[in-house]
Design a protein around this ligand. Sequence first.
Ligand code: NDP
Length: 286
Amino acid sequence: MFQLIPVYSAGLIGDPVAHSVSPAIHDAAFAAAGLADRYALWPTTAAELAGRVAALRAPGMIGANVTIPHKQAVLPLLDEVDPLAAAVGAANTVVRLTDGRLRGLNTDVGGFGRALAAVGYDPTGRRAVLLGAGGAARAVAYGLLWSGASGLVIANRTTQRAKTLLGALLAVVEGEPYLRALAPDDPDMAAELRSAELLVNATSVGLHGDALPIAPALLGSHLLVVDLIYRYTPLLAAAEQRGARTQDGLEMLVQQGVLAWEAWTGLRAPVDAMREAARQALAARR
Ligand code: NDP
């Protein structure tokens, strides 16, 4: 009987990467599909980025994920960038095409959309409030507007950052959705949340400890509250207490991985194996 020899053909490019559960997710998928591929962690400084990306052109490589702080800087190093990643201005996935050329994708956007679909939420024609204006918020904002949301209110501690994101969205969005940037403690937040059906936390508040990114009294039972953090956060607990539906960040994490894995392999991803691996890896980290 012959044995498959493991080969690191994909990996995570970023700094830092040691905390990542992506190896667990992708290795579970490779194993379930009977592939010998393995997923590596590639800690990469800004100075090393061009060399690391060029190495993906080698035969045997299938691609990479890209994380903080390189999602934007990677774009000019690629041969082509799909329209969504170009509009967002960030790629989190690189696919090595059969001829060695490299294509950039943004599977954070699609992963978020698929996570919403998993709980039966269609953003089309509905308003959302988004907390945060960093990288994750950017993917969520584009995803919602790309899907035809009728409005998006971005609330961020640094209001100027929310305004800058709004400006970038205005440059690419079609139609005339209701768009607004404000501070999370703005008195208008109550009214904005009453008009919305979805609240997304894309800040890192709730990652540790019991802080909430928004006053719990503002949460209503009409909302779906999604927290991108991969744990049951104080925000999700407060939302459930007020009768709202909730979702944590695990499904988005898994679905962005599913889209990347399918782009690398051309196969249908073993989603259940990937979700279970993510769950176990996150539980082991706590
Ligand atoms: P960034 O560093 O790019 O952005 C962080 C955001 O959090 C900013 O809006 C920042 O506001 C806000 N913030 C940080 N600390 C505070 C605070 N004390 N009070 C109020 N606001 C604060 O990070 P990312 O966008 O990459 O990640 C954000 C979160 O999303 C993380 O928890 C990450 O784990 C999660 N995530 C989940 C993913 C998934 O697949 N589920 C994918 C990517 C991220 P300011 O601009 O004022 O600094």
